[in-house]
Design a binder for this molecule. Structure first.
Ligand SMILES: *Cc1c(COP(=O)(O)O)cnc(C)c1O
Length: 452
């Protein structure tokens, strides 16, 4: 038999739960638990029922779960630098400060402090994008998907967009190039084959309805072997001779050349502009290392049409993101500074001796609580950047007698902040590629708290 609510409230009084939660919320939570148990009884007649204190504990757990913040901090020990599920790029200290300042007070978001009148929205971002990319104009929207949607809607719809069959990619989370073209109101024209597309294939597909040639970074996979793709320069010449627009979806996009010999592997936005792209779209929170944003750089006439499009109002950025983006872009203005101050670039710039030393320090600190050994490991840029490119790293392989790697991983994920590592061949690895020296004490504390 289930106890009545009144009896459960008495138990809550005796057990201290009544001091921890407001009366009305506790009563409500107890009623919900009872309703759930009644339903369970109806569904399967011989289910096992918790006792009175057990029901109070369930109600308390439900209240705690509801009171917890929707986002919990995570220490990224996965070795994946730009981890989309963990919030992509960690921000530079300068960007965090700028976002916080913008959040706390007013700012000149759309206000000209010289004249005291309404002004354009954060014009400084456009000036920075011009300097950093060599483009005539630039702008920022909610994310790269929004940038693509806006550009296809404003510049290509209802006409045709030609894309190579090798570039009709799915980025993840259901974002597929054919879908976004359709959503933008344009018509996709596929050319070439999966592994080989030549500029002549594009040329043969041009009709009076063609508006745009679209090149898409393959992002999360690499094609090797018998492959061929038209270069941006060839496509630029073709689109110019037919009065079309050439858009390059660079995906991650880098502004500063990457450190550690990775520079050759990702084209910079400036290279795309120099090769003749009319519009380049890229993310703010991938290799750029800033907040979630979609950036567009390109010809003044095209960018101006995007800026004036009614969709722009729905896709625009808020003041905190603009402040963080502005601070990040200003760091990129000095590449040497960017490599040390932008966390994504700093992580990618780490040498093996630095990683080895950090892993040794982590293992030494952990040895008070569990078994820990340094292992060679393999990290990745993530975020669709540098596909197929592994990064030599080091990890702490941690073990607790009697606990499986899965169980230990689950216990670390339950800590505050949660620690998310990587399971490899039944071993739990905490990769130091994505941890800073300052993170180590927090990781050690989480391990200490997690072990029963
Ligand atoms: C990541 C990516 C996108 C989507 O960017 P978001 O900023 O996540 O919206 C689009 N195209 C390519 C090629 C990408 O790599």
């Amino acid at each position: 038999m289930l106890p009545p609510v009144q009896r459960l409230l008495e138990l809550a009084d005796a057990g201290g739960a009544a001091r921890r939660w407001p009366r009305a919320a506790l009563t409500d939570a107890l009623r919900r638990e009872l309703a759930g148990l009644r339903q369970a009884l109806l569904d399967h007649e011989e289910c096992e029922l918790p006792d009175g204190p057990g029901i109070v504990a369930l109600a308390e757990a439900a209240l705690a779960a509801r009171a917890a913040p929707a986002l919990r901090p995570v220490l990224n020990a996965t070795g994946i630098v730009i981890h989309t599920n963990l919030g992509r790029a960690p921000l530079a200290a300068e960007a965090v400060q700028a976002a916080s300042d913008a959040a706390r007070r007013g700012c000149d978001l759309e206000y000209d402090l010289q004249t005291g009148r309404r002004g354009p929205r954060a014009p400084g971002i456009e000036a920075l994008l011009r300097t950093l990319t060599g483009a005539e104009a630039g702008m920022a929207v909610n994310n790269n998907a929004a940038a693509m949607l806006l550009a296809l809607t404003a510049l290509a719809a209802p006409g045709e967009v030609i894309v190579s069959r090798g570039e009709l990619v799915e980025i993840g989370g259901g974002f597929r190039i054919p879908d976004i073209i359709q959503q933008g109101g344009a018509r996709l024209v596929e050319v070439g084959s999966t592994n080989r597309t030549r500029v002549a294939d594009y040329a043969a597909a041009i009709t009076p309805a063609t508006r745009m040639l679209l090149k898409v970074h393959q992002s999360n996979f690499a094609m090797v072997g018998f492959t061929e793709a038209a270069s941006l320069a060839e496509l630029a010449a073709l689109s110019r001779s037919h009065g079309l627009l050439l858009m390059d979806d660079l995906g991650s996009g880098t502004l500063s050349p990457l450190p550690n010999g990775l520079a050759m592997l990702e084209p910079t936005v400036a290279q795309s502009i120099a090769a003749g792209s009319d519009v380049v779209a890229f993310s703010g929170d991938k290799l750029l290392g800033g907040p979630q944003a979609g950036l567009l750089a390109g010809r003044a006439e095209a960018i101006d049409r995007l800026r004036r499009h009614p969709l722009m109002r729905a896709l625009r950025l808020d003041k905190m993101t603009l402040a963080a983006l502005d601070a990040t872009l200003r760091l990129h203005a000095d590449p040497a500074r960017a490599h040390s101050a932008v966390p994504v670039l700093r992580m990618l710039a780490q040498t093996e001796p630095v990683l080895q030393a950090r892993a040794e320090r982590l293992c030494a600190l952990l040895s008070a609580h569990c078994e820990a050994d340094v292992e060679h490991s393999v990290g990745h840029a993530g975020g669709g950047a540098l596909p197929g490119q592994s990064i030599a790293s080091r990890a702490a392989n941690i073990r607790v007698p009697g606990l499986s790697a899965d169980a230990l991983a689950r216990m670390l994920r339950a800590q505050h902040p949660a620690v998310v590592g990587r399971i490899h061949a039944d071993r739990l690895l905490l990769d130091v590629l994505t941890l800073s020296d300052d993170d180590l004490p927090c990781v050690v504390e989480a391990v200490r708290a997690a072990i029963p």
